[in-house]
Design a protein around this ligand. Structure first.
Ligand code: RUQ
Ligand code: CUA
Length: 620
């Protein structure tokens, strides 16, 4: 039966050049009801039990972070990061509105959990916004976005974010080259006026703040993906490039001319040392270092045609490029690169960057027959690599030391990234792998011409991969992080802090202060009422004059797990959330006169419907 269904599915899938290979494989898996039962048991997490891993998944052009549990693949939470979110009032309240910087959407591709000694420490998650050149930090204690930094001079930090092994730096290389300082330069001046930039960002965990430490100036290539070295390669970052052709239009053809593009190796420690000497120019207050001025800090390695991902092996000895337009994975050796650098053995120069010969860094090419469109590489704990194949819709497992292909399994369909459990660390644990698919086609109940994205979960603990389940997911699953659940320590409530600015903890202290045309409310939200002004005849009604600037500071004094209150103001297009123990601020100009009901938007008690008030705006 399973075979019949899969044959039908495969039959519907055009472009599956190696369907017969898959077919044979799946046949092997199908040994009847007992297999189905054991698969079902592996993903079933009974009520009262919790998942073993968090999957922290990028939300792509939704700009959000999605949290799933593995192995159940149940979606647990949306955490708003780069885009306005009506449900939580993110982008409406003062703090998040200021953090978003006026943008309403973002394009979040690559999350990275903060690391200590090359291991996920579970404190923060960093995210890139390819659309509006930002980096965000999500505090994993509260699952709230803590800071967002706008990066100047970038053309989409697609190739980030990857953290160095103690989170010293977060590297974000640019996708599009642009002139720096927001200058105008016609595309005819691409070669000299456009720059490829890498932002090197630091994050202060105490202050919960980013700092743009320095930027690296590079040729106007497109930087696609990057990874930070580990252990022996810990001082290095490695990045893929495409468009070394300098195409300024019709990239589809013009950026795919050459048989080789480059991998770029950068020694971030040398550059950081140079920046520390103070001997680097500043542009608009940003330190800009040209690695060609810093001996031994940059090298290029030719690599097959428009590579996409590059991933450093958990032991830090090798970096693996996924070909994209060349149907192979290329394994390079850091030690070989270091040897060539030490011996000064170069094949030439490109833009003043020493180029190391391909053969001098190459360890092997891995070219599974019929496997097309390799995009990204993941790892287990037994020396194996896993590659997503976008065009042939499969995951390929192979041994890093021998290059031997060990297993191939279909996915549904067209995977981009894969994510293995604890995959970016020095010690992946080899239990699960998730393929993040771009296309679901006919996998689920139809919802029209466009279908959801999807993810396939595999058990990778055995010799061959076992497909467990396909699930629809929110857009768009680029990269994700799969981290052991016990590494994340969340808070149940915001601690009561009497000294917190604008907080009010006792009903009698709720008050309204007027200064000119500013009205500040220091109020309380609790089950099941608002108190704006304890002294007023109607403590939950606020009267202001048209044109007043109104600032609601609300403290949720219900210090109980999950008792969150909302605060929606009708016809003012405003909503915010106040989590237990939190103080949140909503600021706006009351420019419309009239009577505007206020109500709690988060179902909080049996009297939730009664949790309401009025905003009365007297006409001018
Ligand atoms: S990329 S699908 Cu935006 Cu991460 Cu490879
Ligand atoms: Cu408070 Cu509903």
């Amino acid at each position: 039966m399973l075979n019949k269904v899969l044959t039908a599915l495969l039959g519907l899938t055009s472009g599956l050049l190696v369907a017969t290979v898959f077919f044979a494989d799946i046949g092997k898996q199908d040994d009847g009801a007992s297999t189905l039962q054991s698969v079902a048991e592996k993903v079933y997490v009974p009520q009262g039990q919790k998942d073993e891993y968090y999957l922290l998944s990028s939300g792509g052009h939704s700009g959000q972070l999605f949290v799933y549990g593995v192995p159940s693949m149940r979606k647990i939470r949306t955490v708003p990061v780069f885009s306005v979110d009506a449900a939580t009032g993110y982008g409406f309240d003062k703090h998040s509105k200021e953090m978003l910087g006026g943008y309403t959407w973002g394009d979040f591709h690559h999350p990275a959990v903060s690391e200590t000694a090359g291991d996920y420490d579970g404190e923060f998650l960093f995210a890139n916004d390819v659309a509006n050149n930002r980096i965000a930090a999500v505090d994993l204690t509260y699952f709230h976005t803590a800071d967002i930094l706008k990066l100047p001079n970038m053309g989409g930090p697609h190739a980030g974010v990857f953290v160095t092994q103690n989170t010293e730096y977060i590297a974000l290389p640019t996708r599009f080259a642009r002139p720096v300082s927001d200058e105008y330069a016609a595309l005819d001046r691409y070669d000299e006026a456009y720059k490829g930039i890498v932002s090197m960002v630091q994050f202060d965990r105490e202050e919960r703040k980013f700092n743009l430490a320095y930027q690296i100036v590079l040729p106007p290539w497109s930087y696609d993906l990057s990874d930070a070295g580990k252990k022996v390669s810990g001082d290095w970052i490695v990045m893929t490039t495409y468009n070394t052709e300098f195409a300024t239009s019709n990239q589809e053809i013009n950026a795919s001319q050459k048989d080789r593009d480059y991998l770029v190796l950068i020694n971030w420690r040398k550059l950081a040392d140079q920046v520390a000497t103070g001997d680097v120019p500043e542009v608009d207050g940003v330190k800009m270092v040209d690695p060609r001025d810093v001996e031994g800090s940059i090298f290029a390695v030719p690599t097959p045609k428009s590579p996409h991902g590059v991933d450093v092996t958990p032991d830090g000895t090798r970096f693996i490029a996924a070909g994209k337009l060349a149907p192979l994975m290329t394994v390079f050796s850091f030690q070989k690169a270091f040897n060539a650098i030490e011996q000064g053995k170069f094949a030439g120069e490109e833009f003043g960057i020493p180029v190391i010969a391909y053969e001098d860094v190459l360890e092997r090419e891995v070219d599974p027959p019929g496997a097309l469109g390799p995009l990204h590489t993941q790892f287990d704990d037994r020396g194996n690599a896993f590659n997503t194949m976008f065009i042939s819709s499969e995951v390929v497992k192979w041994n890093i030391d021998t290059g031997q292909v060990l297993d191939r399994k279909p996915v549904f369909y067209s995977p981009g990234h894969a994510t293995s459990s604890e995959g970016d660390t020095v010690a992946p644990d080899g239990k699960y792998l998730i393929a993040g698919n771009k296309i679901a086609k006919d996998s689920f109940l139809s919802v029209g011409p466009s279908h959801p994205e999807s993810a396939d979960l595999f058990d990778i603990s055995g010799d061959t991969m076992q497909h467990l389940v396909s699930v629809p997911v929110d857009p768009e699953p680029h990269y994700s992080q799969m981290i052991k659940a016990d590494k994340i320590k969340t808070e149940v409530v915001y601690a009561k802090d009497e000294n917190r600015p604008n907080s009010v903890w006792a009903s009698k202290d709720a008050r309204v202060e007027r200064k000119g045309n500013e009205v500040h409310v220091y109020g309380i939200a609790m089950r099941s009422k608002y108190i704006f002004d304890a002294e007023a005849e109607r403590p939950d009604a606020l009267t202001v004059k048209q044109g007043d600037r109104v600032v609601f500071h609300l403290t949720n004094i219900d210090l109980d797990q999950d008792i969150t209150h909302g605060f929606g103001i009708m016809d003012y297009d405003l909503n915010m959330e106040v989590q237990p123990g939190q103080t949140n601020t909503l600021e706006f100009v009351a420019d419309k006169s009239g009577v505007f009901p206020i109500y709690c938007t988060n179902f909080c008690s049996a009297l939730h419907q009664e949790m309401s008030g009025y905003l009365l705006v007297e006409p001018q």
